[in-house]
Design a binder for this molecule. Structure first.
Ligand SMILES: Nc1nc2c(ncn2[C@@H]2O[C@H](COP(=O)(O)OP(=O)(O)OP(=O)(O)O)[C@@H](O)[C@H]2O)c(=O)[nH]1
Ligand SMILES: [Mg+2]
Length: 322
């Protein structure tokens, strides 16, 4: 891979993978405990993951309104090493406590680069089957990737507050191309075909690998990949492999846990979403040196929507300025 093709912010915050999935040998540093809302400590993480997110009916996301989210930050006990500090975030110089800057339902600290997070307009631009066919205007973009049926197109619709901008389906394999959607005329959301669709013919699966991986490796304006993981089912090896592949290839990644609204035990192989999420994090920890950013979402309740947009805005603004 050509290093100069990578987004410039990567060296500051990239999760580093040190080994393939099968070999785990991270030496862990002693835990430095950090408490969110330090007056109310020690509630286990699992009890706070699903604190109800109030539905917002306005599409405006002013910086002043962002404070609203912090007031409701649940009492989560997290070690500093598990937080994601965006590039250029000097913890010692923050004017507000670090604890009040963690986005709800995530490990993501909000930086000074977070602004312009609202979506005013969104339009489909084009479908491409090769990286070379993708738009050439160089605007920053974020790619949604994950297993077939994990909810990529639904999340895109939730982010832009449209029901059918990206086409969704109960049947896996709906999205087949690299689909570019322009947001506010100045950045892109990219909907990708899913991987791991067992019923797809082998040649199609190989093609997926070829053309999406080529896109990840050769798209200089790709600010970050958002890897979607279904929180309603136990961790899948293929998802761990993709997280590992992205890390090994130094492609910036945010983990997005989807379908957090699905609570029925019997449908989840006996596990609740919070258990699946914690389990996935444990497995991820084995091969990442620093915690990748993660966030909980539901396209049904729109949980995590505003938070993802804020996170995207801080990554985008940093990328534009460096
Ligand atoms: N309960 C629940 N269902 C969801 C959520 N997100 C998506 N779904 C459902 O999951 C199914 C697949 O959603 P899509 O958005 O088409 O999934 P996709 O990842 O784009 O799938 P492919 O294009 O086939 O790769 C649809 O039936 C959605 O309604 C969610 O957050 N909660
Ligand atoms: Mg899709």
């Amino acid at each position: 891979m050509i290093v100069s093709n990578l987004p410039r912010l990567q060296s500051h915050w990239l999760p580093i993978v040190t080994s393939p999935l099968t070999q785990f040998f991270i030496s862990k540093t002693p835990k430095k405990q950090f408490f969110i809302n330090s007056t109310l400590l020690s509630k286990p993480l699992s009890t706070t993951l699903f604190t109800k997110t109030p539905e917002k009916n306005s599409s405006t996301l002013q910086e002043s309104r962002n404070q609203e989210k912090f007031v409701e930050t649940p009492q989560i006990e997290l070690s500093l090493e598990k937080l994601f500090l965006p590039p250029d975030t000097d913890v010692s110089s923050l004017t507000t406590p670090l604890s009040s800057r963690v986005l709800k339902g995530s490990n993501i600290v909000l930086s000074k680069y977070a602004s312009d997070a609202q979506v005013d307009c969104a339009e489909f631009i084009k479908s491409s089957v090769k990286t070379e066919e993708c738009p050439t205007d160089g605007l920053p973009e974020f790619a949604l990737v994950g297993r077939s049926n994990v909810g990529k197109s639904s999340l895109l619709n939730s982010l832009v507050r449209r029901k059918r901008l990206a086409l969704t389906s109960k049947k896996p394999g709906k999205t087949q191309c690299i689909n570019h959607f322009k947001i506010n005329n100045n950045w892109y959301l990219v909907d990708l075909p899913g991987y791991g669709y067992a019923a797809a013919p082998q040649e199609l699966r190989t093609d997926w690998d070829k053309f999406t991986k080529d896109y990840f490796l050769n798209r200089p304006n790709l600010v970050s990949v958002f890897l979607l993981i279904d929180a309603s089912i136990p961790a899948k090896t293929i998802d761990l492999e993709y997280a590992s592949w992205l890390g090994r290839n130094q492609i910036p990644m945010t983990l997005v846990f989807t379908k957090c609204d699905k609570r029925k035990k019997k449908k989840n192989g006996g596990r609740r979403p919070e258990e699946n999420i914690q389990n996935f994090q444990e497995l991820i920890r084995e091969f990442f040196q620093t915690a990748p950013p993660w966030i909980l979402t539901s396209s049904i309740t729109n949980q995590g929507r505003d938070e993802i947009l804020l996170h995207m805005s801080q990554l985008r603004n940093y990328w534009l300025k460096h």
